[in-house]
Design a protein around this ligand. Structure first.
Ligand SMILES: Nc1ncnc2c1ncn2[C@@H]1O[C@H](COP(=O)(O)OP(=O)(O)OP(=O)(O)O)[C@@H](O)[C@H]1O
Length: 882
């Protein structure tokens, strides 16, 4: 379409291959965008849209961003779901004849970013790929900013979706013919890759080439065709976007979801492991309590531990023992944490080195981190626990790499790699030589300044430098009469004149020539140094993992000490016995009160299904969750908030807590609740732990009760998983007599006259009432409503079969009349307004205010209680103004 100028012809040719990207076309110091790309980008980036001559009097839209600040603009486009193709000049414009050669050097997509401003230190940036085979799904997850690469084969679709969500992917790729992605939440950004990249043979070839293997057997992948497809396709996507094989990806780890504790998305959300339910309350997550890591490496690993607790007894025990040693050995813990604190994000530095983006400051950060490693090793020498001892034995202090950097790298290099001061003295002879010339030359110029001052007697004489004139002698106007004759005038300023001398120019040629050469040579030497370090990538990455693990263990130990946690025992049978168990997050949030700890005892026999009843706000949810969190904590190797604990290893934890709306997926509260319950039923085993909190409350009382009842029977009789069920359906407590494994518990409460005091102790036996009205009173509901509620409650208690209430002779009736009255008033007002009658003078402002508020009420979505409450307020506001 822009066929008329050579540059635009070139642009169009390149753009044709990158139609789905915004093309950043390098033109001198700018990246330019043309046509529809310019129209889109100018809006998103809020930059001026101009136009450019396209021949034959036509103009095309154009906008541009400076090359040196492109990162921020790219970030904005990526965050707005665009892909960006970076097209560079492939030759020096000064040396090229005709149009400069250009090509796309990289495509940036959300899952392939390496830019600091698009990455979060404490989060991975996973690119996930999914494939669909006849009997299973393939999944691969890769983070090029850290070098991690995982793959798995999964049978059930729900498990696949759950696993995709566990990675919180920045981008998810598949092929258009592979998979219907309608089941993934909208938050997952989907990209499609070419169909050919998902063919088994092609994927195998890509993997063998990348990992330099003859067979996939050595990495355990041979018998997993879908995992091969997913990992091959994702690698192909990386190669095609980065235009290079990702040099920091050394290993592909195949895993099976049952290798770890299974936590589905709803459970992680309901237990607030990583993300708070209320986004504002960042410190209501388990992670916020546990994360005392001091490196980004550790922070990312801890997050991954929390979403994938262990199930292998030996591994759990090893972590617990290491943790215990770090808890008890203060010196070891403190010194370790202090040393780790100085270690930079090695994984992200290595990614930058691999993709050729690392500058000298990055290498300096690497050098400074490596300097710490031998000290860490020395500290670990005293360790006695298996895991720490093993870490000590495997510890590679990378001293050779440190020595190389120490020798080669300038001690305080700049960010830019083009301005010199990158390479140390005594590393490269030619650099030393050129540096001495520029240093000497600069000294010579300083000396000349002194001499010229003395000879001419001009005190303000100074020698300066700029890019246009090079070196010059500047003399202020008041001394111009003293200027020696051999000075040659070059420039006149408002206050001064600038001169040169032949001698000065001669020296300048020498200094600047050497300076240019030095900068170029330093740059080339730096690139070579970076390549040399690249060869050590995998050794450094292996140590990064060890550092991350030490950081996690030391963080858990630190929390155990400050929060007073204890080491749990792994139960030899399937019994749960925890004395004085606390909720790790709630206990920290209680400002002035003490957290009341509670015991928990469960076995596989007559104590496996606990029904917990009692007042609202009594602490039922908190109790149930604290048990689930204790299991998760132990299985990540952490101590737990209790006085003594013995826990079995559970294969899965499920938590169905509260009723959450999920309007974004078009599901009602009840639908979400039931699908979460269905997931539990389909996946729980006798070795699982299930937390049910008020299941059934999203529907009518009898429907809800019936579901809760039959769910209890099913879990008790068929699944046999350990279960804690917090409920307001007191009818369920009769199940204790019918089902052998069911036991009733309740939260105790003290009645003080008409009021209640929460004791928050869990006691044996069921509760027969919820004290909802007392809690409503505590919450500040008006006394009219409280009193009326008591009336209704006593009627119901006398005639429990009565489901329809009559509201004769009550305040409620009066209030309903009031509604009618006001609504009539409102419609009269509307009618009058329609008929053009000016009623404003008749209705004073307070009525108008009430009417406005009434108008806002959405009658279809308001409960009777809310309606009464609102009316009460409105009536009061009318009364108070009278
Ligand atoms: N053991 C405890 N010690 C001290 N405070 C507690 C304890 N358990 C709960 N709380 C406090 O009580 C609040 C309510 O607890 P929780 O939500 O567990 O009650 P609940 O019985 O499940 O209520 P509802 O039936 O209304 O859902 C908590 O947010 C916390 O502030």
């Amino acid at each position: 379409m822009f066929s008329s100028t050579p540059m635009l012809i070139q642009y169009q040719e390149i753009k044709n291959s990158y139609k789905d990207c915004i093309l950043f076309y390098r033109l001198g110091d700018f990246y330019e965008m043309f046509g529809s790309d310019a129209e889109v980008a100018s809006k998103v980036l809020e930059i001026a849209l101009t136009s450019r001559e396209a021949g034959k009097g036509r103009r095309i839209p154009m906008c541009g961003v400076p090359f040196h600040s492109a990162d921020n603009y790219i970030a904005k486009l990526i965050n707005n779901d665009y892909k960006v193709a970076i097209c560079e000049q492939m030759e020096d414009p000064k040396k090229s004849k005709g149009i400069v050669k250009r090509d796309v050097v990289r495509i940036i997509t959300p899952g392939t970013v390496l830019e600091n401003n698009l990455l979060h230190e404490e989060n991975n940036n996973f690119l996930v790929c999914i494939t669909k085979g006849e009997n299973s799904f393939g999944l691969a997850a890769v983070d090029i900013s850290t070098g991690e690469f995982y793959t798995s084969e999964i049978n059930k679709k729900e498990d696949l979706i759950n696993e995709v969500l566990r990675y919180t992917p920045a981008e998810c790729i598949t092929s258009k013919t592979q998979f219907e992605l309608d089941q993934l939440p909208n938050s997952v950004k989907i990209s499609y890759h070419y169909d050919y990249a998902f063919k088994g043979d092609y994927c195998k070839k890509i993997l063998l080439e990348h990992f330099n293997l003859n067979t996939l057997q050595s990495i355990g992948l041979e018998n997993f065709p879908e995992a091969i497809k997913a990992s091959g396709a994702v690698l192909d996507y990386l190669i095609s976007t980065q235009k290079n094989p990702p040099g920091n990806i050394e290993k592909l780890k195949i895993y099976h979801i049952e290798d770890n504790m299974y936590l589905d998305f709803a459970t992680k959300k309901n237990l607030e492991l990583i993300q708070p339910i209320n986004i504002q309350e960042k410190n209501s997550t388990l992670l916020s309590v546990l994360d005392k890591t001091v490196t980004p490496l550790g922070a990312r690993m801890l997050k991954s531990w929390l979403t994938k607790p262990l199930v292998n007894k030996e591994e759990i025990q090893n972590r617990l023992n290491a943790n215990e040693e770090l808890v008890n050995n203060l010196d070891l813990r403190m010194k370790l944490r202090k040393l780790l604190d100085s270690i930079y994000d090695l994984e992200r530095i290595i990614a930058k080195i691999s993709f050729g983006n690392a500058n000298a400051k990055d290498l300096l950060a690497l050098k400074n981190s490596l300097e710490i490693l031998p000290k860490v090793k020395t500290i670990l020498e005293q360790a006695k626990s298996y895991l720490l001892k093993q870490t000590y034995e495997q510890f590679d202090d990378l001293n050779d790499i440190y020595s190389l950097l120490e020798k080669a790298l300038y001690p305080d290099p700049p960010f830019s790699v083009r301005e010199g001061n990158l390479i140390n003295d005594n590393y490269n002879e030619e650099i030393d030589y050129l540096r001495s010339i520029t240093r000497d030359g600069k000294e010579w110029i300083l000396k000349l300044e002194q001499e010229e001052k003395q000879i001419s007697g001009i005190k303000s004489l100074k020698i300066g430098y700029n890019k246009i004139f090079g070196y010059y002698i500047e003399i202020t106007k008041s001394y111009l009469h003293l200027v020696p004759e051999h000075y040659i005038r070059k420039q006149t300023l408002a206050n001064a004149e600038r001169f040169i001398t032949p001698e000065l120019k001669e020296k300048e040629a020498l200094v600047l020539g050497a300076d240019d050469k030095l900068k170029e040579l330093e740059y080339q030497t730096f690139i070579m140094l970076r390549e040399e370090i690249k060869a050590f990538n995998f050794r450094i990455l292996a140590m990064a993992k060890i550092i991350a693990e030490l950081d996690c263990l030391a963080s858990l130990a630190q929390v155990a000490v400050t929060e007073n946690y204890i080491k749990p025992e792994i139960s030899n049978n399937t019994n749960f016995n925890i004395s004085n168990c606390r909720h790790p997050v709630v206990e920290k949030k209680l400002a002035e009160q003490w957290f009341i700890p509670n015991d928990i005892n469960m076995n596989s026999d007559n104590h496996r299904f606990l029904i917990i009843t009692g007042p609202n706000m009594g602490g039922k949810s908190t109790y149930c969750r604290s048990v689930a969190l204790a299991s998760i904590l132990m299985q990540i190797g952490s101590f737990i908030p209790a006085d003594k604990a013995e826990l079995p290893i559970v294969d899965r934890v499920f938590a169905r807590v509260g009723a959450n709306d999920n309007l974004s997926t078009g599901q009602s509260t009840f639908m979400v609740e039931m699908s979460e319950v269905a997931n539990i039923i389909n996946n729980a085993t006798k070795d699982s732990l299930i937390i049910l909190d008020e299941v059934g409350r999203g529907t009518s009382t009898y429907d809800g009760l019936s579901i809760a009842w039959s769910l209890t029977e099913y879990i008790h009789n068929i699944i046999k998983a350990k279960t804690l069920f917090a409920t307001h359906y007191h009818e369920l407590i009769t199940l204790e007599e019918k089902l052998n494994g069911v036991k009733n518990y309740s939260v105790s409460v003290k009645e003080e006259g008409d009021d209640i005091v929460f004791i928050r102790k869990i006691i044996s036996g069921g509760a027969d009432r919820s004290y909802g009205i007392q809690v409503a009173k505590l919450a500040g509901l008006p006394s009219t409503i409280i009193e009326r509620s008591k009336d209704i409650l006593s009627t119901l208690e006398q005639k429990p079969e009565q489901t329809q209430l009559s509201f004769k002779e009550t305040e409620y009736k009066e209030e309903m009349l009031k509604i009618k009255e006001i609504q009539e008033l409102k419609s009269k007002h509307e009618l009058n307004t329609k008929q053009g009658i000016n009623t404003k003078q008749d209705i004073n402002s307070k009525h108008e205010n009430v009417l406005k508020q009434l108008e806002k009420i959405d009658l279809l979505n308001i409960t009777p209680l809310e309606a009464i409450n609102t009316l009460y307020k409105l009536q009061n506001s009318l009364k108070s103004e009278d």
